[in-house]
Each structure stands twice: as C-alpha cells, then as structure tokens.
Design a protein around this ligand. Sequence first.
Ligand SMILES: *Cc1c(COP(=O)(O)O)cnc(C)c1O
Length: 397
Amino acid sequence: MNELKKYFPIFQKNPKIVYLDSGASAQKLQSVIDAMDDFYTQTYANIHRGLYKWSEVSSEMYDAVREKVAKFIGAKSPSEIVFTRGTTDAINLLAGSYSKLLMAGDEVIVSELEHHSNMLPWKNLENEKGVRVKFLPVLGDGNFDYAWLKQNVGERTKLVCVSGQSNVIGIKNNIPEIVKIAHQVGAKVLIDGAQLTVHSAVNVSRDDIDFYAFSGHKIYGPTGIGVLYGKLDLLKQMPPYQLGGDMVESVSFDNVVFKEPPSKFEAGTPPIAEVVGLGVAVDFLMNIGMDNVEREGAELTSYAIQRLSKIDGVHIISGKDSNSIVSFYIDGISSFDVGTLLGSRGICVRVGKHCAEPLHHRFGIDSSIRLSFGIYNDETDVDRFIEELEKVLLLLR
Ligand SMILES: *Cc1c(COP(=O)(O)O)cnc(C)c1O
C-alpha cells in the first residue's frame, strides 16, 4: 500500500473505495483538518483588527502562510501572493481588474484546452470591452501549436492565458516557451496552475511568469481558498476588484486611498481558517518534495496507460508525457454508463467534458472518462479499477 495513504483519514474509514478523481478535488490530510480544528477551538479571531492575543495570533498565522506559499511557488515576495477563493476566483479577479487596463481591439490568447474558468472570464471581455479572444490551437497529440503562437502574437496581444497542465489530458505545457513568445511582444502571461501545482515543482520567478493561479482544495487543502500570484509591479498597476474592509489605507467622504498589494485585493474578512489549512498542505508537499511527487505520478500514469491500452476499444486521449491524469473513451460504449457502473462498485472516476467542452469538440468526442491520481494512489488502485472496468464492459457489450 502507498505509505502516504495513512495521512488521509477518509481512506481509513472507507478502505474499499478507489478514489481516482483528485483532478476534481483532492482528499484532505488529517493534519489540515486538525490545524483548522485547533485554530477554531484555540485562537480564533478576525485578523488585522483586534489588539488582543487571539487576533494577533490569527494575523500572524495568516501572514505566515503567505510567506510559505511564496516560497512554494518561487515568488520573490509574499506581497505577490493574493488569497482568493480558488482558481476560478483568482482568474475572475485578474480578468475583472486587468480588463480596466485594456482597450477595445486588444487581444487575449487562450488555448483550446482551457478549463471553462480560464476561458469564460476572457470571452466575457469580448462583449464588455471589445477585447478579441484568440484560441491557441491544440495539436492532435495534445500539445500546443507553438508555431501558431509565434505567428499570432503581435502588438495588440496583451495577455496569454493558458493552463500549466491540462485537466483533461494531463500534458504539461512548455511554460518557458510560452513566456518567451509572449514577452517578445510585451504580452503578459497567466498560467492556470490548478493542476500543475499538485503534480510538479513550480517556480514563477525562474520561469518569469507574470500571473499564476491555483486552488487549495486540489493540493490536499481546504475548499474556499486559492491564490493569485502576480508580479508586484503589475499588481500595483491594477485597480482593486472588490471594495470593502481591510483593503483601504484611509477613507473620507471625498477620498479613498487603497492599501498596497496584496491587501488591496483582499476586501472583507478572508477565509482565515482555510488559509491556515492551506499552509499545512503546502508544508506537507514541500516536505515530500515536488520532484518526488512528479516522478511517482509519472510512473503511476505510465502503468495506467500500459494497462488500459490492452483493453479492446479503449482510446486514450492523454499523451505519453501526461502526468497523473489519464482520459479515454471506449468505442460504442457510453462513458456515462461506464462511470455510473464503476461508481456503484466503489471506483470514483470523472465522466463528461471536465469543464473543458471546447477541447472535446476539438477531438470530435462528446465525453471522456478521466482517471486522476493523488499522492495516495498506487498500482493497487489502478489494478482494482482495471478489474472492475473489465467486468463493467462485459455487462455493457
Ligand atoms: C479545477 C480547475 C480549475 C478551477 O478550479 P476551482 O478550484 O474550481 O476554482 C481551473 N483550471 C483547471 C485546469 C482546473 O483543473
């Protein structure tokens, strides 16, 4: 058994369940649950407000996680880390704020494989601002068409917004190449790191990434917390997205002075306990080492691909470099029937379009079945899945 499984209480309570849907949300570490519980029962108070012990401790814990996250993704300063509700919220913050700096006719490039949360906020600017959205094509093997990108960026290109790793096919994209091409025309780059963050080491400074977003719940932390990283000089230029408490330096009836980033973007009481939980999840991953996580993930992925590809009629749409995400469909058989029958046998997989409908159109399929692995999965989970899949296919064929 995978020795990391013991840190996740849900598997102790449900030893028969095979959970292969961490790409939708990962299971929770006991240490994350305990830290949030301790926080609520021992020192809870609002942050940056009270002059008493509990508030001071809360504020210190909250601010310490910002430093931890900065280190985790290689940011130069904790001021570049904005806490949000998740990846979706982070990208909406960026689109809502950065759009004020854009003009009609400016272009945003997103790829064909984006999750809807890195597509719809940008599409919305077409109507609202007259911004043009162009789609970076995905080639048949699942990789971006980098030659297209080179030819299609220009002086009107202001942002290139793409995922670091696809949530459908699990291929890691070439971030240094994307950044190089975008920066040649002065465009900024947003990397949607919702998947990449949990499977690979990330370093926003080394890769010169301008904006980076991810969610706590996909890295074994709580729901309701995520991060928008932005280079400090860019965050300074951006107007606030929401307005309210704890984000202003001074307010009079005539004038408002906003705080510096990141506070400028964190109006109102933040999800304090969730930030505390996120910090524990980040510590856990840093202790294991993301390079180790990536290597184990790659090994399990190639094992799953090797076993799946022996089953008649299975078409795998992930590539040989996919990490921890394997999607496929089966000739003549409904993905939903497979998913439902697997679910009734305690095998949790995701079925459908995985919030990336345009990519399914691109591949000419209407749905797929996705396995996605977490650090608690191992070959026995894949074996159980294959065993049940074979039984299910006998029923359906
Ligand atoms: C899950 C996911 C999102 C959305 O994250 P939320 O936590 O639901 O806001 C965005 N992009 C990718 C690639 C994802 O996998």
